[in-house]
Design a protein around this ligand. Sequence first.
Ligand code: ADP
Ligand code: MG
Length: 704
Amino acid sequence: MATILDNSVKFVPGVGEVRAKLLEKELGIVTIGDLLSFYPFRYVDRTKIHSIAEITSAMETSLVQVRARITGVAYSGTGRKQRFTAFASDATGSVELTWFRGIKWVEKSVEVGREYIIFGRPTLYRGEVQFAHPELELVERAMSREDRYAMQGIYSSTEKIASTLGAKGFLTIIRNAWNVGKDHITENLPAALLRRYDLISRREALHDIHFPASAEQLKAAERRLKFDEFLGVQLSVQSLRQERLSRRGGFLFPKVGEKFNDFFNHRIPFPLTNAQKRVVKEIRQDCISGYQMNRLLQGDVGSGKTMVALMSMLLAVDNGFQACMMAPTEILARQHFSTITRQTEGLGLHVAILTGSSKAKERRIALEGIASGEVDILIGTHALIEDRVQFSNLGYVVIDEQHRFGVEQRARLWTKNQQPPHILVMTATPIPRTLAMTLYGDLDVSVIDELPPGRQPIRTYHYTDSARLKLWGFLRRQIAAGRQVYVVYPLIKESETMDYKDLEDGFESIVRGFPLPDYRVTVCHGKMKPQDKEESMRQFKDHEADILVATSVIEVGVDVPNATVMVIESAERFGLSQLHQLRGRVGRGGGESFCILMSGEKLSREARQRLQAMCQTTDGFRLSELDMKLRGAGDINGTQQSGMAFDLKIANPTLDAPLLQTAREAAIEILKEDSRLERKEHAGLRELRKRHGGGQRFDFSMIS
Ligand code: ADP
Ligand code: MG
């Protein structure tokens, strides 16, 4: 049902055709309703009036108010350089107000001798306070204005919007939009829900989010609007889940059979940690439930996910199914292959590998064995999803390091079967549980929250380039003590020649920096041929090299316990999760370990915070939470690839986790009563689900 809120924003007084076009182009605002759903991103307290003497340089970037009398005006410059200055003072001092544009209009509205509320961002120049383009309002008017709100919303803007409308103009059209639309705002939540969760009405919330009279009012408004967004998402995710559970049968793995038991009782190289045992159990439960499993396994770097993958693949094999494991890089796939082949020797298990660079023979063995059913477990890279790969009976799929795979790739795996296999997605980029619930609400989550025994503490330090000599001294001592060292350079895209040059230069300087002939250096990067890469990794693994100079290709999977030092060059160019992954390469048993973050002297605030966080904690979950706070949840690794296009304007899954939980419960309750939201009183909920529940619907079971 269309209402005034669906009308073009051009009908709002003060907008019109031209500005309407601008609003659409710059901010995506089309209708009056859109404008009302464009919330301030922060607020300034307009009850606070500073005396001029109180203004310090610490306030330079914030909006402040002073109350002062205009004592004189001055003109200077000509033509485009013209400027207009007004001088004002209160009992404590004086300020200069300057305008470079709109001078004609300003000079008319500034009257010498009268008192104004001056609102803007001050700058301090040689102790003098100045305001450029402040807002002015006569004190009498400001005090008597009825739409005076204690807190004023600050809206995000673009340069074009700012120069045509200004902050004040924007507020005016919001206020006008409110007046036009306010009687047409309908409630979308059932009354019982409002009562139950203590939520204010939608109309009240929309008013107070723009024009809050107090911090408490604002909080209640935010809570209500965030709830709407979360509920929309949860209604979508939870209906998908219910659909999946009602629709599809899953393969059954009822037996704990011969291979699993043989492996567990006789061949396993170490006792499982309790967390590993628990996760294996959880997977087994899923695979006898009759439903198809969709499980996300989160475990910090080095927590032993591979062993869980192997044991669960053995379950599949014992029940007559094939399993496959997909890794994001060639190196990692080969490493999994050799580890698993070694660990299962004598078990009568057929394991094959298939990657992009598999030679004809390897390829033939894999393809034929997979099609005939002779191969039990296939390990590989993206090559696994090629059309040529035809399984005879695929029952179980493990995807390692999930964030490297896109939705589309997962979707192609799914087409390999009539019936969807069970899916285990493993990730070392932990997403807080709450976020995982929102993003992958259709997914069950297992966590390995315990590292295997014997892990060594890793000490992390941040040095700038000026400390390089010190670094080299440290590395010499470590190598002399028989340790091995990684030196990693950023290489964001393997094609970027500049990054590539960094690495080569670094490599050379390291060779030069270690003039002693005993130091053996090897190099590994994405531009090398696979067999050269492998040879270089082998040299390092077998301690034929002391230093491995590499790009982030070693990020995942490399396992060399004797390597105890990780040097990350230009560390400011890596994201937090990548830094954490890289650090996870050391501390694997060879003794006390170190991670040295090298950076330039000049760092952005965010980069500094990242490096600081790395020095403070080795807990991947804490880092990932912090990462999201720094970058915003929308940006997190994997979110974009997950294909979930949730529309969250105000709610933040990390910061508002408790409310997300509440919305999830509410959604489950609602769907229990009305699984397809068909009831009349649920029309508003249907609307919410459509609006916030993700345009591109994504069902993980479609791996997906
Ligand atoms: P990730 O979770 O990062 O994939 P891996 O599976 O590569 O971790 O395991 C990291 C290292 O820990 C490997 O060398 C592996 O053999 C070892 N490991 C795994 N589980 C255990 C355990 N329960 N006890 C001792 N070592 C273990
Ligand atoms: Mg791993």
